[in-house]
Design a binder for this molecule. Structure first.
Ligand code: S3P
Length: 424
């Protein structure tokens, strides 16, 4: 589907409720599926990726029903052997976290994915799971993953990657393994798994960059899911770069392992204020107020990268509007996302007139540039590319045509409607 974006001339005004966090939604449905009894999930994401996790859990025998805004999960505490392949769709989180859960079951299973997911690296989970005694056959370390359930044992694993998916996979395997499992990462990645496992009564402890779990039974819970800061990011950037904007993004998750974008915006001189900070189901939540600002370039590198990894495509758009040279480094894993996001962002932003260059592990962006538009751009089957280009389109001189805009539905089906509500 092609979408044409016109320049926004009046500024974005008003407030929106940010829809449910994708990462937390995946975890909520998977973890409550492992807990004996009834759990209630409030505000489960309507994105296709979390729905893939929900469908996988249903195929594993879990009873899940929507009642208005509630998702009611009933589980015996045990998963059952699936009668078909488990389809993870486009979702890396579903495949990587489920592989940790399935490796220690007393049945066999096969995880499959769409074309993009079938190209993504799975060695990062297969290798440590194998050290725990898992038996996984793959297509050269890519999907489909054929998992023969085994009795697992704990390991002490030092990961080269700061990846919440790898960490979560190993911790979930550790919940069902003999002995203790230790996972250490170079920098702290998003910690929703640790927070939710603690909230559900698991035997888990955290010491700096190391998380330890022991064999545990989870207890059913009511989990309320906050808004996704990765979805809010598109509004944060739009509010900063569209002249005359002033918007409030309500009920946004502010977990410090996710708020790298707010630190960057502050560093660039953007006007961001946090209102009404509170805690919901163990997660920090608040309202974010954003106003149009003049911005300066900055360097983004090191331990902040895992805290804003999904926001880098839209941060690249932001950097085109900052005075000076913005350098983004240490983000080589961006090449392993739904698309090679370094190549895709550079190729498409160059088409609309940005001064941006590809490096092996990031970008160099010179600003401030007038984005021209008046061209067709591609989304590479990547939802975050589609939304980042939409935001760029709001300040292009001529209309911007985005091909493959429907990929937005992977994480954020409400995206366009919410933007429209701020443009009245
Ligand atoms: C996620 C972790 C991140 C992120 C992805 C969601 C998660 O991936 O990019 O969108 O929910 O754990 P990595 O673990 O590969 O960095």
């Amino acid at each position: 589907m092609q979408k044409i974006i016109n320049k926004n001339k009046n500024g974005l005004k008003g407030s929106v409720n940010i829809p449910a966090d994708k990462s937390i939604s995946h975890r909520a449905v998977m973890f409550t599926s492992l807990a004996k009894g009834e759990s209630i999930i409030k505000n489960f994401s309507k994105g296709q990726d979390p729905l893939s996790s929900l469908n996988v859990c249903k195929t594993l025998g879990i009873n899940a029903e929507f009642k208005n805004d509630l998702l009611i999960i009933n589980s015996t505490g045990k998963l059952s052997a699936p009668s078909s392949n488990l389809d993870c769709g486009n979702s890396g989180t579903t495949m990587r976290l489920m592989s940790g859960i399935l490796a220690g079951q007393n049945f066999n299973s096969t995880l499959i994915g769409d074309e993009s997911l079938s190209k993504r690296p799975m060695k990062r989970v297969i290798e440590p799971l194998s050290l725990m005694g898992a038996e996984i056959k793959s297509n050269d370390y890519k999907a489909p993953l054929n998992i023969r359930g085994q009795n697992l044992h704990g390991i002490e694993y030092i990961s080269k990657l700061a990846s919440a998916q790898v960490k979560s996979c190993i911790l979930l395997a550790g919940l069902n393994a003999q002995g203790k499992t230790n996972f250490t990462e170079p920098y702290v990645s998003r910690n929703h798994t640790e927070i939710m496992l603690q909230y559900m009564g698991a035997n888990i402890s955290v010491n700096n960059n190391t998380v330890t779990v022991k064999k545990s039974e989870l207890e059913p819970r009511t989990i309320e899911i906050c808004g996704d800061i990765s979805s809010a990011a598109f509004f944060i950037v739009a509010g900063l770069i569209v002249p005359n904007s002033k918007i409030i993004l309500k009920n946004t998750g502010l977990n410090p392992t996710r708020t790298g974008i707010l630190e960057v915006v502050e560093k660039m001189g953007g006007d961001v204020q946090i209102l009404d900070k509170r805690t919901v189901s163990g997660e920090v939540v608040g309202d974010i107020q954003i106003s149009y600002s003049s911005l300066n370039a900055c360097t983004i590198e090191g331990d902040i990268i895992p805290r804003l990894i999904d926001e880098l495509p839209v941060i690249a758009v932001l950097a085109t509007q900052a005075e000076g040279t913005t350098i983004i480094k240490d983000a080589q894993d961006l090449r392993n996302k739904e698309s090679d996001r370094i190549k895709a962002v550079v190729t498409e932003l160059q088409k609309i007139g940005a001064d941006i260059e590809e490096t092996t592990d990031g970008f160099i962006i010179n600003g401030k540039t007038n984005l021209k538009g008046g061209v067709e751009v591609e989304t590479y089957h990547d939802h975050r590319l589609a939304m980042s280009l939409f935001v760029a389109g709001l300040i292009c001189e001529k209309p911007l045509s985005i091909n493959g805009f429907e990929w937005v539905n992977i994480s954020f089906p409400e995206f366009e409607k919410l933007f429209e509500s701020l443009s009245l």
